[in-house]
Design a protein around this ligand. Structure first.
Ligand code: NAD
Length: 260
């Protein structure tokens, strides 16, 4: 379905981004991975995607907090593939603290990585998408782009910002073949959430399993985590013809979190 398309997935060395990159590759797209981690493990992921799906997979180590790194990454992608068709803005970090105790450098990093990076990749990918009048921009926001939670001021602000950016960009492109949409996951058991599970387990003196169940019980009525594979399937849907008139949505996949 996505043969010959070239997709960038930011923050794809782990968790949701990796699930989305694998789903796009399974649909035939060449993928560019990005994110931090052990060099050997990243190379194994990259080579594994090429082998399993018969597509080209590249890796770009850009720090998504830095505009100059993002510019260099997009230029390198264009130099190698000559096109950018799909951008999945997924890189993100979390920090949990009351707003009056929130470390200023954490605020700045969350806004830069979770929000501003999507502005930079979007502005830099659009000229290439416009050449063929086809493109898909998928922003991985969060249920926290739709509702708030205490102790997550920077994250909630950034994710609401991502949903706003999604709508504005979708409207600018409404009469083109380029769509822009957001995905809003509830809890997904990735390293980002494992940190919160571990913190709750330590705080309450309970097991990891009990802490996971307690975390889900607070917010997610299904009592089950969303999976990276399910989010990958949604991203593939957004890339297909059936979704060509899905524009500017913030689509939650959250076990019922925001239905409450
Ligand atoms: P994760 O920690 O498993 O993965 C984050 C990825 O981003 C990793 O590849 C990491 O290396 C990369 N990354 C972090 N900082 C970076 C930087 N400065 N530059 C480049 N890459 C960087 O987390 P995840 O849970 O898979 O989160 C992915 C996205 O999904 C984030 O935007 C997160 O806010 C969002 N999200 C997660 C959940 C959840 O429950 N896990 C829920 C809703 C939304």
């Amino acid at each position: 379905m996505l043969q010959d398309k070239v997709a960038l997935v930011t923050g794809s060395t782990s968790g949701i981004g990796l699930g989305i990159a694998q789903a796009l590759a399974a649909s035939g797209a060449h993928v560019v991975l990005n994110g931090f981690g052990d060099a050997q493990e990243i190379e194994a992921l990259r080579a594994g995607i090429e082998q399993r799906y018969g597509v080209q997979a590249a890796y770009q180590p850009a720090d998504m907090a830095r505009a100059a790194d993002i510019e260099a990454m997009m230029a390198a992608m264009l130099a190698r593939f000559g096109r950018i068709d799909i951008v999945v803005n997924n890189a993100g970090i979390q920090h949990v603290a009351d707003v009056d105790a929130f470390p200023v450098e954490k605020w700045d990093a969350i806004i830069a990585i979770n929000l501003s990076s999507a502005f930079h990749t979007t502005r830099l990918a659009l000229p290439s998408m416009k050449e063929r009048n086809w493109g898909r921009i998928i922003n991985v926001a969060s249920v926290h782009g739709l509702v708030g939670s205490a102790q997550k001021s920077a994250y909630v602000a950034a994710k609401h910002g991502v949903v706003g950016l999604t709508k504005a960009v979708a409207l600018e492109l409404a009469q083109t073949g380029i769509t822009c949409n957001a995905i809003c996951p509830g809890w997904v058991l990735t390293p980002l959430v494992q940190n919160q599970v571990d913190a709750l387990a330590a705080q309450r003196g309970i097991s990891g399993e009990e802490a996971s169940a307690a975390l889900l019980a607070q917010k997610q009525p299904s009592g089950q985590f969303v999976t990276p594979e399910q989010l990958g399937a949604l991203a593939v849907f957004f890339c297909g013809d059936a979704a060509s008139q899905v524009r500017g949505v913030a689509w939650n996949m959250d076990g019922g979190w925001v239905a409450q």
